[in-house]
Design a protein around this ligand. Sequence first.
Ligand code: UGA
Length: 442
Amino acid sequence: MRVTVFGTGYVGLVQGTMLAEVGHEVVCVDVDADKIARLEQGIIPIFEPGLEGLVKENHAAGRLSFTTDAARAVAHGDIQFIAVGTPPDEDGSADLQYVLKVAETIAEQMEAHRIIVDKSTVPVGTADRVRARVDEVLKARGREELTFDVVSNPEFLKEGSAVADCQKPDRIIIGTEDEDSVEMMRELYAPFSRQHEKIIVMDVRSAELTKYAANCMLATKISFMNEIANLAERLGADIEAVRQGIGSDPRIGYHFIYPGVGYGGSCFPKDVQALIRTADEIDFDAKVLKAVEARNAKQKTTLFAKIRDHFGGELAGRTFALWGLAFKPNTDDMREAPSRVLMEALWQAGARVQAYDPEAMEETQRLYGHRDELSLFGTKEAALKGADALVIVTEWQSFRAPNFELINSQLAQPVLFDGRNIYDPARMARYGFTYYSVGRLP
Ligand code: UGA
């Protein structure tokens, strides 16, 4: 099948590549000419395991091409994906200008029936707005005879495992009432739905809400666990035992109940806020979502509070080694990363930071290269030298079994703040560390 994907960000690039990988002919289009030129050379703008090789292979095989030429792109695909960004407005609601602009472009260029698919995370009602915009443009062109459908097909991939998530989706949501569109979408996704039926067809608004509900549910699990971890700390209980104790109930499950330093990234914070705004707009007070958001904002400050309390509030002139800057492992993404809240609080208090991350160094340099209070190091060991404590912010695999004797010898004081509970408190005590983690007994 012929497919066009507007937007070569995370979602568009991964989806386009994976559709090409199973044999579809995919054209990816973006307004950023530099990005397109780099993609043509196989240089991908993000760090995502496995993606670069797949882009190169499919490009070489002629199934995946990149262009800035919107007319060519609209002429190509019977199915036109909209996978452009929906950044938050000042008030937290999703900014739809890029989505609507693509809708306009498709309407301006189309000469035959088109299925327009919203892949970006967009508020409930967006498909109707896309439809209205396309209608308007077709009318202005005097081409009302051209037919189209707008389908909601939200994306559920996770950064760091996007390729695998796309290859083996838990479900594929298709929101439309048009039988022909359902048929086309089924054919498009058939290679991903072979062993088990993964496709769930529903009306367009339910599909739009499903995306938000999924992310908000996961964010709720995390905020809930963070709240219980805070309670455990104060009540003398161990959140690790509690986690296992509740996770064994299949109705609760083990996924996404790891307490930590709060959720970050480009999705959970944005989507929770956007659904709160959507609710506000219809005068509905989304109490649970507001609490989830508030707990998360607070959780991002807890690591700093522990550091401050340990040093009796005297942080000026101290140096902290930070391991992990990305909002989670296997990505270089620092959007809404808890590391940023921590570093900024430390700097505010007059402390210095010596940081290391396996992938996010360039991004950190871009964001904070101008800060004298930050030094970046090429290895995790180098970042330790002379620091008053080590702080673990992101649970990269390569941090899980370090040389503790070396850490101890490099730090000015053997103090370790673990924001992700990756070490065993008893072992830390044996190595002579004063060890702080999240919601566990010392
Ligand atoms: C999330 C969802 O997991 C995807 O299903 C969804 O498609 C995506 O958003 C999206 O809307 O595009 P992602 O933001 O890549 O994916 O990252 P997650 O792996 O979900 O992690 C989000 C945050 O939650 C991270 O900061 C992570 O450290 C934190 N987290 C996760 C916890 O603190 N505890 C947990 O138990 C799990």
